[in-house]
Design a protein around this ligand. Structure first.
Ligand code: AMP
Ligand code: MG
Length: 323
């Protein structure tokens, strides 16, 4: 049993990214952080320049050719947006930019402005050309936002980089998106222990610990980025039909899966679907596991073969009725 670990951290993507390895490997850590930087530079919409911003700035004017990796991520985002019958919509950018939730100048916009921006969020108006790897936003003012899937995609790439360096055990935390490789020899049980935050806890308290081996653990929650105005909570996952934050019974959705991109997609899709529809889907897809935290302080665990949940906060009641 190895009891020592080696932690490497950097501030990237607006969060602290930490990589924990069981053996020291500065070269692998360096490669990981450089790769994350490179992908962030391509995918971000929080700066004036990136491949995605080049597409957004050319909206209504001309198609923009992007790199293979960005094109393939956009292709997947469009598939999910068009064919999943969910609230997932990668053309949501104009609304994200209007509300600015998570930034200092956030606001509750007027109904009129929300309606105007909604007209610019139809994913059918994004034209992809697989031959030239180009992306064209048909209307001026349209914006792609990959915030719901970028970290998941990046986590999967990090895994490949680590494997290139013959690193097969470790854990990477991209701020809400955690990916574990292999078994952990830090814990007697061989599991990696991933904390699940207690929603809205100011002191970083945990609701529980999710124990996994070689899995991704991704959480979408209304407590990640939000503000309160006139006693109403506004959070960062929007209903693309109304232009307002989604309103349902959920505080958070955590997905335990092999691929982190898949986990990131489903965490947002399930948040939009709500518990009942997500549960039906999960019953047919046993390879995906989920933990739902409800506003009524219930924790629902589904498809528990892939993880162990250790409850820490007694304010919540666990229900496995749904299994
Ligand atoms: P996540 O935490 O993975 O659920 O992603 C939330 C982020 O996705 C937000 O901060 C926005 O950048 C973006 N987003 C917000 N609403 C949606 C939506 N309905 N569909 C897709 N992406 C969204
Ligand atoms: Mg997501």
């Amino acid at each position: 049993m190895v009891r020592t670990s080696y932690e490497y951290t950097q501030t990237l993507m607006g969060t602290t990214v930490s990589l924990t390895l069981l053996e020291p490997n500065k070269a692998a850590a360096h490669a990981v952080f450089e790769t994350i930087k490179m992908l962030e530079d391509k995918l971000t919409v929080n700066r004036s320049l990136s491949e995605v911003m080049a597409i957004n700035l050319a909206a209504g004017q001309y198609p923009v050719t992007v790199s293979h990796s960005v094109f393939s991520l956009i292709e997947q985002a469009q598939k999910v947006s068009l064919h999943f019958n969910s609230c997932f919509n990668f053309a949501i950018g104009p609304l994200v930019k209007l509300w600015k939730i998570g930034f200092q100048d956030y606001q509750v916009p007027s109904n009129k402005l929300i309606k105007q921006q909604l007209l610019l969020t139809d994913p059918k108006n994004i034209v992809l050309n697989a031959k030239t790897h180009s992306v064209f936003l048909k209307k001026s003012g349209m914006e792609i936002d990959l915030g719901a899937i970028a970290k998941g995609y990046i986590a999967d790439v990090v895994k490949l980089i680590l494997q290139q360096y013959q690193v097969y055990q470790g854990i990477i935390n991209l701020g809400g998106n955690v990916l574990t490789l292999g078994k952990s020899s830090l814990n007697e049980d061989g599991y990696w222990h991933v904390g699940l935050r207690k929603p809205f806890s100011t002191k970083n308290k945990l609701s529980g610990i999710i124990k996994v081996i070689n899995k991704s653990v991704v959480t979408s929650g209304i407590y990640e980025r939000f503000f309160i105005q006139n006693s109403h909570l506004y959070h960062h996952i929007f209903n693309p039909k109304t232009g307002y934050p989604l309103d349902n019974e959920l505080e958070s959705v955590t997905i335990i899966s092999d691929s982190s991109l898949e986990g990131d997609i489903y965490s947002t899709v399930f948040y939009g679907w709500g518990l009942d529809k997500s549960r039906e889907y999960l019953q047919k897809h046993q390879n995906l596991s989920a933990i739902f935290l409800l506003k009524n302080k219930t924790i629902i665990l589904i498809n528990t073969d892939n993880f162990i949940f250790q409850q820490l906060d007694t304010q919540y009641t666990i229900s496995t009725d749904y299994n």
